[in-house]
Write a protein that binds this ligand. Structure first.
Ligand SMILES: [Zn+2]
Length: 407
């Protein structure tokens, strides 16, 4: 029988639905076609697979090849189906025994020489495999992302030949956990290093304990950004479920997290020129935005009034529900977005130093226009508003108390 079925996984939002990769060889003029709603990168798979099979010293069948990715209505993206298609071809052409792939699922892009490359969004697929008890074989480049997964449920290979050797029991792949390097330190800059600003520190402590959103209002240079960047140190490390959710979002967005420790809470501080799509997520193939990358962590919006009002209004729904729904013609996907919002703004458009001069020099009309940039329903969702005054220099340099005592 010149037919083979190998299992793989697609990716829609945070889910990784099962995909059957069916390969059929029939008589007729040599041809290679892929059906089942493949996007461009999947259609190009046939050229990569052909070269990878030939360069791995296997025989590429000179027959009529049909590859079906089922279910047909599910959109398929990326090069992740290269490995299962290549294995399906080897089985259908009797170069590999079909029984050997039972209980396995495969994900990985192939290079022309047969090396396995990274798959974007591997973590939801690996978690789905863990739930149903099948073993995943993927590229060694994905190993770092698989930290939240039980290492007995996946194998990482670097070449198509390594996968075949494993399946044929010639040389087994070793399943081992990725070791976290020393640079990925869980410890963050602590809040207790900060001199003064007792009221702001107390407000942030209360916000950390009660998961409240905070708006800090203070003159330029008063330390708002510094206080916000130290806020994650007040939060507990991520638990296992939270770590899986947060790492899954980073895996799908293909964001490295800048040496982020997998258990540390994310801290995202997008620039105020960020677009609505950049903040909320989107695109024709929906990708998570900054609010989802801040899931289980902190979203810091500095210069709060300078953000595009349309982008800010998008925050209203996720601030309530902890989710963002993105609807596109092809699909509707949901991404998690349960974050703590820390916003910072100047008290007035000119950033007057109200402490030094006693009062602001801006006109009432200027102030009104400035404050109207933030809508009332959005302000309503921010539980704590705290003013962060600029401290006189002598309180910082002539202080007899250490920051640790200054609470
Ligand atoms: Zn002013």
């Amino acid at each position: 029988m010149s037919i083979a079925t190998v299992y793989s996984r697609a990716q829609t939002g945070m889910h990784a639905p099962l995909v059957s990769v069916e390969v059929h060889l029939s008589n007729g003029l040599p041809n290679f076609s892929i059906v089942g709603l493949p996007e461009t990168a999947v259609r190009e798979s046939k050229d990569r697979v052909r070269a990878a099979i030939i360069n791995s010293n296997f025989e590429f069948p000179a027959r009529r090849i049909t590859v079906n990715l089922a279910p047909a209505e599910l959109p398929k993206q990326g090069g992740r189906f290269d490995l299962p298609i290549a294995l399906g071809l080897l089985i259908a052409s009797k170069q590999l025994n079909e029984n050997l792939t039972q209980g396995y699922e495969f994900l990985g892009e192939l290079s022309l020489s047969g090396e396995l490359r990274k798959t974007i969004g591997i973590l939801p697929a690996a978690h789905a495999c863990q739930i149903i008890g099948s073993k995943l074989i993927t590229s060694i480049e994905n190993k770092k992302e698989l930290i939240p997964i039980n290492h007995n449920t996946y194998f990482c290979a670097s070449h198509l030949l390594d996968v075949c050797a494993h399946l044929n029991n010639i040389k087994k792949l070793v399943s081992e956990h990725y070791e976290i390097s020393d640079q990925q330190n869980l410890a963050q800059s602590p809040m207790c290093d900060v001199y003064g600003q007792k009221r702001a520190k107390r407000a942030l402590c209360i916000a950390a304990a009660g998961q409240h959103h905070v708006l800090m209002i203070g003159s330029p240079g008063s330390g708002k950004s510094m206080l916000a960047s130290r806020f994650p140190s007040l939060l507990s490390p991520l638990n296992e479920t939270e770590m899986l959710e947060t790492c899954s979002v980073y895996s799908i967005a293909n964001v490295s997290g800048q040496q982020r420790h997998p258990q540390s809470r994310p801290f995202r501080s997008p620039h105020h020129t960020v677009s609505a799509v950049g903040l909320a997520g989107g695109g024709s193939n929906p990708q998570p935005g900054e609010i989802s990358l801040a899931h289980n962590g902190v979203l810091f919006l500095d210069e709060f009034t300078e953000f595009d009002r349309r982008a800010l209004e998008i925050l209203r729904e996720p601030l309530e529900t902890g989710m963002i729904t993105i609807s596109r013609a092809a699909a509707q996907v949901e991404f998690p977005a349960r974050f703590q919002l820390i916003a910072a703004m100047n008290p007035c458009p000119n950033g007057c130093d109200i402490n030094q001069y006693g009062q602001c020099e801006c006109s009432a009309e200027q102030l009104k226009r400035y404050r109207n940039k933030i809508s009332a329903p959005l302000l309503d969702r921010i539980d704590i508003q705290v003013s962060v005054p600029k401290l006189p220099t002598h309180t910082l340099f002539n202080s007899t108390v250490t920051p640790q005592q200054d609470w």
